[in-house]
Design a protein around this ligand. Structure first.
Ligand code: GLC
Ligand code: CA
Length: 538
């Protein structure tokens, strides 16, 4: 039976309990989605107004980036109160109203949970600062004495992901650990009180009806005993943590075995509420280690960022897809596919400049939506938005910018809804990051109902994905293809992606039912993708 949209009894529907295995999840960067009150900042009421747009787009669920009370040093990933909505986004009533409407429209709601660190403005951290070294208040975080004469050197050589030392000194001479910004102190997850607090936070939101959680920095909570030195740093020439991870190093602050006990306890809680799920944002040194975050007694999914990092080539995509499918099969979990999110340069821009990037971005979307498992879309990719590269430095907000010169603001620019001038219907009072003057043709209104627009391509793909049951679970079979061409079958449907340098005749694969570029007779252009069905006999 093809799945119908808008059909489930909220959360608990037995038949729908496995909805997360083949869902399409749309990431809402709340601050940049829609502004209801003209203050230039997206909010929950703005999201609520636009839920019908997401239902019509054809996604199954939305994931909201953090909307909790926060000084917004790191876009809300610095939480002051995990059980409150920040006034800039609305209040708990707005959250409940938004969730009720989403459910009535058949959309599940996933929210972000940020367990690795709190905001420095959190009551616990403020209490820790006011208390003495060795006090129970300091125990909740990772305070240590420094090294060297007078303890004036940081306790170890760890560096912040956002650049600089991972330690900051407080007036009494102790240091506290922050793997991210100094305003994001790391919690001490060895402490039962910290664990109990987060279990209670999960229940708070589950009781409000959320369908799942996206777990921020899920690999970070536990640190190696004794907080040992890494042994080298960007200062000694080896740069950037993530490349080190890919080299196969297990860092003393990431992906420690102890994190799994936490997620086993979270799974027990999630299982006591039918139909709920959690997806880990986790980085590990190998696909095998990454797969350990999921399974029947841990989390339901983990983001597969290798797909996002694949380069525009048959070999690169094939390798990533094969590896992801093999790992997921081993643990009985669905694979996840992500092309863009709020931390990465938008894929249209990664794949090339101008029209080339857009063509490839559209083709990649068709490829992703034909793969088995779960697809995560990032707001604006359905409009073909590119990264905004020319935001003036003084308007950039990413805390990493000041420390590393790199900024994630370019993918966080408010969505263009309608009209000829910025902020294109985002709200009536400007927007917290400026939208480019070139986006009039990229708005929802400009693409709505326009054949061949990126918006209509996504809508058509999501409609077909829903109708073709084989696209959900099911196997993937690679087909022999021309050089530079990726072709795979999912049940009746074949997906062909032309990553080569010549148009390719797709007749032998079937009859096209959807294509990212117009076909020229039977020729699929370079940087195009098509979905095809067998030609009926007779
Ligand atoms: C995750 C978030 C990112 C944030 C970081 C620290 O990687 O996706 O936006 O800066 O965690 O919380
Ligand atoms: Ca607002």
């Amino acid at each position: 039976m093809p799945r119908e949209q808008g059909q489930f009894a909220v959360n608990a529907d037995e038949a729908g309990a496995d909805w997360w295995r083949d869902a399409v999840v749309y990431q809402v960067y709340v601050r940049s989605f829609a502004d209801s009150n003209g203050d230039g900042i997206g909010d929950l009421a703005g999201l609520r107004d636009r839920l019908p747009y997401l239902r019509d787009l054809g996604v199954d669920a939305i994931w909201l980036t953090p909307f909790y009370r926060s000084p917004m040093i790191d876009g809300g990933y610095d939480v002051t109160d995990y059980r409150t909505v920040d006034p800039m986004f609305g209040d708990l009533d707005d959250f409940d109203a938004m969730t009720a409407d989403a459910h009535a429209l058949g959309l599940r709601v996933i929210i972000d949970v940020v367990p690795n660190h709190t905001s420095s403005a959190h009551a616990w951290f403020q209490a820790a600062l006011a208390a003495a070294p060795g006090s129970p208040e300091r125990e909740r975080y990772l305070f240590r004495d420094g090294r060297g004469p007078d303890g004036a050197e940081p306790p170890n050589d760890w560096e912040s992901i956002f650049g600089g030392d991972a330690w900051t000194r407080v007036p009494d001479g102790q240091w506290y650990l922050h793997i991210f910004d100094p305003e994001q102190p790391d919690l001490n997850w060895e402490l039962p009180e910290v664990r109990a607090e987060f279990e209670d936070i999960l229940r708070f939101w589950l009781d409000r009806g959320v369908d799942g959680f996206r777990v921020d920095v899920a690999h970070g909570n536990i640190k190696a005993p004794g907080l040992p030195d890494v042994g080298y740093s960007s200062r000694t020439g080896r740069n950037q943590r993530q490349s080190r991870l890919l080299e196969g190093t297990v860092l003393p602050y990431f992906d420690q075995d102890g994190v799994h006990e936490i997620y086993r306890s979270w799974r027990r809680i999630l299982d006591s509420y039918p139909g709920r799920m959690a997806v880990a944002e986790a980085w590990a040194s190998t696909p095998e280690r990454l797969a350990r975050y999921v399974g029947p007694d841990e989390l339901h999914q983990v983001f597969n960022f290798d797909f996002l990092h694949a380069t525009w080539s048959v070999d690169s995509f094939r390798k990533v897809i094969d590896t992801a499918l093999a790992e997921a099969n081993l643990v009985g979990a669905p694979t996840t596919w992500v092309l863009s999110n709020h931390d990465k340069r938008r894929h249209v821009t990664r794949y090339g400049s101008g029209e080339v990037g857009l063509r490839r971005g559209r083709a990649a979307a068709l490829m992703m939506l034909a793969l088995p498992g779960v697809a995560y879309l990032y707001q604006g990719e359905e409009l073909g938005l590119e990264e905004v590269l020319d935001i003036p430095d003084e308007l950039r907000q990413d805390p990493a910018f000041r420390r590393t010169g790199e900024s994630r603001d370019g993918c966080r620019v408010p969505l263009p809804w309608a009209g000829q001038t910025a902020p294109y219907g985002f709200g009536t009072g400007g927007s917290w990051l400026p939208a480019p003057a070139t986006w009039a043709g990229r708005t929802v209104a400009a693409q709505d109902g326009v054949a061949g627009s990126t918006l209509e391509l996504y809508r058509a793909a999501l409609r077909l994905r829903r109708a073709e049951t084989a696209l959900g679970g099911g196997e993937l079979t690679w087909l022999q293809a021309e050089p530079g061409v990726l072709a795979f079958r999912r049940g009746e449907l074949t997906c062909v992606v032309n990553l080569g340098s010549e148009p390719v005749d797709v007749r032998r694969y079937g009859a096209p039912i959807l294509a990212s570029e117009p076909l020229d007779e039977d020729l699929l252009p370079v940087d195009g993708a098509a979905w095809l069905k067998p030609v009926p006999l007779g």
